[in-house]
Design a protein around this ligand. Structure first.
Ligand SMILES: Cc1cc2nc3c(=O)[nH]c(=O)nc-3n(C[C@H](O)[C@H](O)[C@H](O)COP(=O)(O)OP(=O)(O)OC[C@H]3O[C@@H](n4cnc5c(N)ncnc54)[C@H](O)[C@@H]3O)c2cc1C
Length: 526
């Protein structure tokens, strides 16, 4: 059997599409395989508040015809409980033979992967943060290229400009709501003392359009971000799949589930299940593995028959609720539902916490009630009166605090065990809570008692570092081109090959790295 394609890309998420563009543009025959799931329940077309007040069928997207939102109550992010987004997460662990305790292992079998449901937060990594076996400047053209394709907003010269490093690539931010405007005003007044205390605030940098493009509309502040944007203002890799399909040398194979990979001389072979359930094999000169960190790790460890545990990086997280008494009595208003303002907070030991604050409008009330130390009906009543003057915050700590491992067991299931370096994380979270409460208080925003809630290990969904790139890769590592040591012509191009995971959003970096690898490999195959 000769090679069917020049390159097979496993996965159509942010990493897969980013690696595919330079290959396809170079004229190579590229096949992209993915789980193929697509959205079954449409997001609301009216804005969130209007739809909540007037849509008689809202239960279908709020609760789900199969009561999805109520069944998945142990899920960690509200997005994992939203019926319109269920397709992005369903069936992943079973199909990819992944088992996790007590880690929350989230992955996707959808076209576009997890980017169907992500928070769109973007940032560049510095050299110290990325710890790549090459200067981060090598990612420069790739950062620029993926940023241009996705469409970013939020730049504009503030105290986080250096931290994000994206101002040149960003359109102006989406307008803030009343609560964020009020916090921003107070921050600009108290800025000097807040910065001295190690707290910096700026606009969130997000992969959301504040200006329309030919094929996507700009954000109209409908507030449905949690449910999926009917205007496609938020970036999803599924939109890039559509762009790739315009190339005649691009072969789109959704619903093709890869079970294993084999290196056979100069070819790489994937064994898969077609949509009909039939088993099949496809061969290529190169294989790009972009099935998401967890699934990619299983495929590679299985191909290597490597059963030693590998480290898994994931960022400890927490969430909290802020109350702005100055806005008490204000009704909830239409607005952007993703990060509006972001902060970076210096902690002991040179560590940084990062997070953003979000409007409460687009979040179902029971999500917030769950986290208040009150009975359910009292909590709902309190929230009804309070939410117009509240914002929700989240927090990420660096992934080096992770103490999770992934191991291929004797039945070729990937077992994920562990969580965080508990004592360190508890200390840092305590310090972060205290400092954040103090900083926001200066901005007249009060952290509600009992609302600061650490997430479960894995709930950050920022996974990386299982098959890290190294200048001189050892067993289970990858080269600077993502090529797996011991698996010739197999390149890992997603988060699995990132050597480090800072507290910042990592998806833009994994995309830039995938683009970089695509650009390096394309000329070798022409
Ligand atoms: C609620 C939520 C919020 C998030 N917020 C942010 C954020 O604000 N900022 C940020 O940087 N990141 C965020 N993330 C993380 C971000 O979504 C992921 O980092 C990103 O999607 C990873 O891209 P990927 O291409 O590596 O994998 P994925 O997006 O997981 O894509 C994997 C692809 O592989 C395919 N696949 C999987 N297994 C197989 C198989 N066996 N055979 C064939 N195909 C397969 C899937 O169908 C899919 O196409 C968030 C994620 C979630 C869920």
């Amino acid at each position: 059997m000769s090679a069917d394609f020049d390159v097979i890309v496993i996965g159509s998420g942010p990493a897969g599409v980013s690696a595919a563009f330079p290959l396809v543009q170079a004229g190579l025959r590229v096949a992209m395989l993915d789980g193929g799931r697509t959205q079954a329940v449409a997001p609301p077309r009216a804005d969130f508040l209007t739809a909540r007040a007037t849509d008689p069928h809202q239960w279908a997207w709020m609760i789900g015809r199969d009561f999805h939102a109520l069944r998945a109550m142990d899920a960690v992010s509200p997005k994992l409980r939203v019926p319109t987004q269920a397709f992005a997460f369903e069936g992943f662990q079973l199909a990819n033979r992944i088992a996790a305790t007590p880690f929350v292992a989230v992955g996707s079998l959808a076209t576009g992967g997890l980017s169907n449901a992500w928070g769109c937060g973007v940032a560049r990594f510095s050299d110290a943060e990325a710890r790549m076996p090459f200067p981060v400047a090598d990612l420069g053209p790739s950062y620029r290229e993926v940023a241009r394709r996705m469409g970013l907003s939020g730049g504009g010269g503030d105290d986080l400009s250096d931290y994000f490093g994206l101002d040149e690539d960003c359109d102006p931010p989406v307008p803030m709501d009343r609560a964020h405007e009020a916090m921003w005003r107070r921050y600009t007044k108290a800025r000097t003392s807040l910065c001295k205390g190690g707290f910096r605030l700026g606009r969130s940098r997000v992969a959301v359009l504040s200006r329309p493009r030919e094929d996507r509309q700009a954000c109209d502040l409908a507030g449905n971000c949690l449910f999926g944007c009917s205007r496609q203002a938020m970036y999803s890799a599924s939109a890039d799949v559509e762009r790739l399909r315009a190339f005649p040398n691009f072969h789109w194979l959704p619903g093709h589930l890869v079970d294993s990979i084999v290196v056979d001389g100069e070819r790489t072979v994937v064994q898969l299940r077609e949509p009909s359930g039939t088993c099949a094999r496809l061969a290529a000169r190169r294989l790009f593995v972009a099935a998401g960190t967890l699934a990619s790790t299983r495929l590679v460890l299985q191909a290597l028959q490597r059963r030693e545990p590998v480290p898994l990086l994931s960022c400890p997280t927490a969430a909290f609720l802020l109350w702005l008494p100055g806005l008490l009595g204000q009704p909830r208003e239409r607005g952007f539902g993703l990060g509006q303002l972001s902060y970076a907070l210096q902690l002991t030991g040179g560590r940084t916490a990062f997070g953003s604050t979000f409007a409460t409008t687009g979040i179902p009330m029971w999500e917030l009630a769950r986290h208040l130390p009150l009975g359910r009906s009292t909590a709902l009543q309190v929230l009804r009166d309070l939410l117009g003057s509240c914002v929700v915050g989240n927090l990420f700590l660096p992934g080096e605090l992770s103490d999770a491992r992934a191991r291929l067991d004797d039945r070729d299931t990937l077992r994920i065990e562990g969580g965080w370096r508990q004592a360190d994380v508890e200390d840092l979270l305590r310090e972060a809570r205290r400092k954040l409460a103090g900083a926001y208080r200066k901005m007249n925003a009060w952290m509600l008692p009992g609302s600061f809630t650490p997430g479960r290990p894995g709930s950050d969904i920022h996974y990386a570092g299982t098959l890290p790139m190294a200048a001189d890769p050892g067993a289970g590592q990858t080269s600077v081109q993502g090529e797996v040591r011991g698996l010739r012509h197999v390149h890992v191009v997603d988060g699995a090959c990132l050597p480090a995971l800072p507290e910042k959003s990592h998806t833009l970096t994994l995309m830039a790295n995938a683009d970089r690898i695509g650009r390096l490999i394309a000329p070798t195959l022409i």
